[in-house]
Design a binder for this molecule. Structure first.
Ligand code: PMP
Length: 462
């Protein structure tokens, strides 16, 4: 890192040379950007010296919290022992073997194998090829269609963004690729509430969209259903309680695979090791990334059931697929050290039994704010739905997203990173957050809501 570069100069250089992901560069002023220079625990420091509470755990990934020297040391030691080798062509290495065994110990009993990549997106690319290959090897090459959901997020690669159900992403680059079918999402506050169904009925209806899609496409053509147990980037969409049991019932009677995308839900976010565990689901495949290393180094993967592994283990079968940096030794060492911390400190159980309930109670109380229509949270994974009129929860702000952005900007000014999805505010802090830090987070959120509500009224938006 260069030293003695002023904060402003860093921003100028960033503006000149760095194309950011998911960013409207035309609208991003040079000094409007934040340069994050340092982090420890749940705290970030920017290049202007401001301390900010990382309410998003980076990008929903720093589950163990920032600045864990134990992970840094494990990576350093691994880098000096074996900084790179691959696992192609009859080779392996100790950290990938140790990590795979560790993961098999955390997953449901019927899942014991993992194929690695570097991210959630490439893991979902692997999955799309893998499920189609699996069915072809089973003598059913026509089983190719993957059913997904509108407003799902499964990554930014061609397959990831196609599996995802984000309209703006589909509008660029000729997506979705063929063979992906999107059904409605179980979003009660955003969509269900506007129908004449109650929440339970809406959950059943949304689940049965899967059944209707299978009927329409033909079970003989459907390879799999992919879903996040709780949609993350879509807005922390917690399905009605009727949804997953009904989807389970449908999947049990159909010969299609179920893929749980655990990229956000995995590794403790819901208070269970996996979101599918939280909902008692039985996936055939699971996508993992993010919390696997707490973001210290990039690593993703696909967890595979014994049934699928058995087919891939048959004689003369080869899956022609792999990435140079999959199962990178340093990334595996980071994952091992990270999982060791999560286990040793009981961080997952803590989310379920202590800090989760502590946070949820205060989060729920935010519903008393005039701009909050709903406050929901599972584990340490929550959203606030912002509305113009607390007495009419079906009413929405005109110019969707504007109030969310105003609120997000106030949140930053109040020393808290929250994310805005449309007009909802998202929170997903490190699992290591203390009660005192939760109190600070809630106080910043209250102030943010008050500041934003003032602006919203001043600007005549409510
Ligand atoms: N799946 C889900 C559920 C995600 O939330 C994300 C990232 N937010 C991805 C896949 C893609 O992961 P990555 O950004 O590591 O490619």
């Amino acid at each position: 890192m260069r030293v003695n570069v002023s904060s402003h100069d860093l921003k100028v250089l960033d503006h000149k040379h760095h194309l950011h992901p998911f960013t409207d560069h035309g609208a991003l002023g040079v000094d409007e950007r934040r340069v994050i220079a340092k982090a420890d625990g749940v705290w970030l420091w920017d290049s202007d010296g401001n301390r900010i509470l990382d309410g998003m755990a980076g990008l929903w990934c720093v589950n163990a919290g920032h600045g864990r020297q134990e992970i840094v040391e494990a990576v350093r030691a691994q880098m000096s022992e074996l900084s790179y080798y691959n696992t192609f062509f009859k080779t392996s290495h100790p950290p990938v073997i140790e990590l795979s065994e560790m993961l098999a110990g955390l997953t449901p009993d019927h899942i014991n194998m993992v194929m690695y990549g570097s991210s959630g997106s490439d893991a979902n690319d692997t999955i799309l090829r893998l499920v189609r290959t699996y069915w072809a090897l089973q003598g059913q090459p026509d089983k190719k269609v993957v059913i997904s959901r509108k407003n799902a997020y499964h990554g930014s690669t061609m397959a990831g963004a196609s599996l995802g159900g984000m309209g703006p992403m589909h509008s660029q680059g000729g997506l979705p690729i063929p063979g992906i079918h999107h059904i409605d999402q179980p979003y009660w506050f955003g969509e269900g509430m506007m129908t004449d169904m109650n929440e339970d009925e809406f959950g059943l209806w949304a689940a049965r969209e899967l059944e209707r899609a299978i009927e329409e496409i033909g079970e003989e053509n459907v390879a799999a259903f992919i879903a996040e147990p709780i949609q993350g980037a879509g807005g922390v969409i917690v399905p009605p309680s009727t949804y997953w049991p009904e989807v389970k019932r449908i999947l049990e009677s159909r010969n299609i695979l179920f893929i749980a995308d655990e990229v956000i839900c995995g590794f403790g976010r819901t208070g269970e090791w996996f979101g599918s565990g939280y909902y008692d689901l039985k996936p055939d495949l699971m996508t993992i990334a993010k919390g696997l290393t707490s973001g210290y180094l990039p690593l993703g993967g696909v967890l595979v059931s014994d049934e699928i592994a058995e087919v891939l283990h048959r004689e003369n079968v080869e899956f022609f697929h792999g990435y140079t940096y999959a199962s990178h030794p340093a990334c595996c060492a980071a994952a091992i050290a990270n999982l060791t911390i999560l286990k040793r400190e009981g961080l997952v159980e803590r989310v379920r039994d202590q800090i989760g309930p502590y946070f949820q109670k205060q989060w729920k109380a935010l519903e008393s704010h005039p701009m909050v229509g709903q406050a929901r949270m599972v584990g340490l994974f929550g959203a606030l739905e912002l509305v113009p009129d607390e007495n009419d929860l079906k009413k929405r702000f005109a110019n969707e997203g504007k109030v969310g952005t105003i609120t997000r900007d106030h949140s930053f000014s109040n020393g808290l990173v929250m994310r805005a999805v449309r007009d909802s505010m998202i929170i997903s802090p490190p699992l290591s957050i203390s009660e005192e830090e939760v109190d600070l987070l809630i106080a910043s959120t209250r102030k943010t809501l008050d500041d934003a509500w003032n602006d919203v009224r001043k600007q005549g938006l409510a």
